[in-house]
Design a protein around this ligand. Structure first.
Ligand code: IPE
Ligand code: IPE
Ligand code: MG
Length: 256
């Protein structure tokens, strides 16, 4: 099956279908620091190596026909790390955009950034804008980078924007429903994640996609992110294919 056919085949998945193939895979790329510590290297080496994994996995996911890949790259809580580590991570982001954006563009990948923009430096903001603008007309895999992202922050911004619209008289409180809330989240143009992978053996969301993960399947490989690879990604797809998603219904139920 071609990548496009694979993508289309799952666009209209019904609740009672086997999971088979995820339309949207989201990854919490964790374990860079532990990878480095195990090798007596500074944590920054783990982050550097982690960017190599990121490159590999983006290429591989596109090759596998994943429609939407979302990567958690920096959380709103990661600012609490030592300043030297934070500025190293900002430098990595800058180099990634400078070195990899052209290849992403050549591969027809559309980059989107989610997360809080307020408070980011003008340099970082212009990098994020550049990544989105250069690739905005592409029609291949959507690569969403969660940067300065925290789901509680995202939900708070969404609630504020709804309240403001009510106060302005543009909508009434009766009109507020799940679809409206979803439409005010940073992920407005994305389907909910079908599969969330977190590397390094940790089994928590750490403020990632709390609303969107309502019916996601989870996979927790023990590999640290720098050791994660194409084979491990395929393992995750295979595990997903064996899952049965019921969305609160009953096993084998055919559309009510
Ligand atoms: C993930 O690896 C990268 C970021 C959070 C930016 P960590 O840096 O969290 O690595 P560990 O969890 O300390 O091993
Ligand atoms: C989550 O990992 C954030 C990213 C991977 C970018 P953390 O390492 O920050 O999460 P905790 O602190 O272990 O929950
Ligand atoms: Mg971590």
């Amino acid at each position: 099956m071609t990548a496009t056919a694979q993508r289309n085949a799952f666009t209209n998945a019904c609740p009672d279908e086997k999971a088979v193939f995820p339309r949207h895979v989201a990854i919490i790329m964790d374990g860079n620091g532990r990878w480095a510590r195990e090798r007596n290297l500074p944590r920054t080496e783990g982050h550097r190596k982690g960017v190599e994994t990121l490159r590999k996995i983006v290429r591989h996911a596109a090759k596998r026909g994943i429609g939407f890949l979302t990567l958690y790259s920096f959380s709103s809580e990661n600012w609490t790390r030592p300043e030297a580590e934070v500025s190293f991570l900002m430098g990595l982001l800058q180099r990634f955009v400078q070195r990899d954006l052209a290849e992403l563009d050549r591969n027809n990948i559309k980059v989107r950034i989610i997360g809080e923009r307020d408070g980011l430096s003008p340099e970082i903001l212009s990098l994020l804008d550049e990544a989105e603008t250069v690739t905005c007309d592409n029609s291949g895999m959507v690569l969403t980078v969660a940067f300065n992202y925290g789901a509680r922050n995202e939900l708070t911004r969404a609630v504020k924007s709804i309240v403001e619209a009510v106060v302005r008289g543009e909508i009434s409180s009766e009109q507020v429903d799940e679809a409206m809330i979803a439409s005010r989240l940073d992920t407005v143009a994305l389907p909910d994640p079908d599969l969330i992978i977190r590397t390094s053996g940790e089994q928590r969301l750490s403020n990632f996609l709390l609303w969107q993960a309502a019916y996601a399947e989870f996979f927790f490989p023990s590999l640290n992110w720098p050791d994660f690879n194409e084979e491990a990604f395929d393992d995750a797809l295979a595990v997903f294919a064996g899952r049965e998603r019921r969305y609160g219904g009953l096993s084998g139920q055919a559309g009510g």
